[in-house]
Write a protein that binds this ligand. Structure first.
Ligand SMILES: [Zn+2]
Length: 203
């Protein structure tokens, strides 16, 4: 039997594409994330009421936040200890649509972590302050110490309380015990072993 009968039309070479100044399609797809929150540059009216402002050490990176965090954690993952140069990472999960970087993705650098490979760590490319872990979906984890809480000490405390951690994660990797009575998980979340303040398993 003849293979795919050639009739003189089928199989003719495709026409050569016209020369154009537009970037190739794959470049547009690859760059599309830059035009979505939290990197979408928006006017104040577009973004809505700003509740808090955060910035890095050198001030080149700054962002607005308009929503309360979904939850917050203290993470004891080894990779985050190294990244922050600190025993514990304080992270608050927020909707990407609730955060807006003033200069979009400009000035940010991205690297992946071994514990959370789907969640690149974002830092300032000038002063290297860790800014957040970007989740793959609609949320990211920001670091509340970057937020400048305003008002009296009491007002600052009550705002900070909105970012208070619900649990400790990766507690099995801790550098120090934190006997604060907050729920502790050995690994990433509640699917791991629950531990007491001193790392003993709780049934
Ligand atoms: Zn900076």
């Amino acid at each position: 039997m003849a293979e795919m009968g050639y009739d003189g039309n089928v199989g003719d070479p495709l026409p050569t594409p016209a020369v154009t100044n537009n970037p190739p399609e794959h470049t547009l797809v690859a760059e599309e994330w830059k035009h979505r929150p939290p990197y979408l540059i928006q006017s104040t009216q577009e973004f809505g009421e700003i509740k808090w402002r955060g910035s890095c050490q050198c001030q080149k990176i700054s962002y607005s936040l308009k929503g309360k965090p979904i939850r917050a954690t203290f993470s004891h993952a080894r990779s985050t200890q190294i990244m922050h140069g600190a025993p514990v990472e304080w992270a608050a999960l927020v909707h990407k649509s609730d955060i807006s970087f003033d200069n979009g993705c400009n000035g940010l650098s991205f690297s992946s972590s071994s514990d959370l490979p789907a969640s690149p760590s974002v830092s300032c490319e000038s002063c290297h302050t860790p800014i957040m872990h970007e989740g793959k979906g609609s949320t990211c984890s920001i670091f509340p110490p970057l937020i400048k809480f305003k008002g009296s000490m009491d007002e600052q405390r009550s705002q900070r309380d909105l970012f208070k951690p619900n649990c400790h994660i990766f507690y099995a990797q801790r550098m120090m015990d934190i006997p604060d009575g907050i729920t502790k998980w050995s690994d990433l979340d509640e699917s791991s072993q629950r531990l007491d303040d001193y790392g003993n398993p709780i049934e």
